[in-house]
Design a protein around this ligand. Structure first.
Ligand code: THU
Length: 163
């Protein structure tokens, strides 16, 4: 028997401490919350994906009366980016959540399904995707999708099973 420790690194800072590029991405994510369709949760989430060449794709959560048919902001933005620019790496994603009349002090973290999707595109392009979780009082910056979801199911697991 052995015990292993899985650690992750995260930068915890204030919006003012972000780089100009990070701030801009956060600003786009905040703007995107205005396009959220969230009549059921009243929890508006915005996301902005930065492509390697500087282009930005935005998305917001889109809900449905049949709850599972809705989609989170992160996946809306990532799939939008992937559908339009299938050959360009995604180098960062910023996420912001607005509820009860203001942005949250500490941002919502992406759900498990969104983390799995972020990881897929990070692996597809073999390029780290920085994940910025904006909060009014505190912002988290993860260096990659993998750092947000260590020990995950990946294409390697599938391919090794097929051998
Ligand atoms: N949601 C997101 O869009 N992203 C997250 O990171 C967490 C949750 C959405 C899904 C649903 O529309 C609402 O927030 C409440 O869960």
């Amino acid at each position: 028997m052995q015990e292993i420790e899985i650690t992750t690194k995260v930068r915890v800072c204030d919006y003012s401490e972000l780089t100009t590029e990070e701030k801009h991405l956060v600003d786009v994510a905040k703007e995107q919350t205005k396009n959220s369709y969230s009549p059921y949760s009243h929890f508006a989430v915005g996301a902005a994906v930065l492509m390697q060449d500087g282009e930005i794709f935005g998305g917001s959560n889109q809900e449905n009366a049949a709850y599972p048919s809705g989609l989170c902001a992160e996946r809306t933005a990532i799939f939008y980016a992937g559908a339009h620019r299938p050959n360009t790496a995604m180098t960062a994603i910023a996420i912001a959540a607005y509820s009860g009349g203001d942005f949250l002090d500490k941002s919502a973290a992406p759900c498990g399904s969104c983390r799995q999707v972020l990881l897929e595109y990070e692996h597809k392009f073999k390029t780290p995707m920085k994940v910025i979780l904006y909060g009014k009082k505190c912002t988290f910056v993860f260096p990659s999708a993998e750092s947000l979801m260590p020990y995950s199911f990946t294409e390697d697991d599938l391919f090794s099973a097929q051998k």
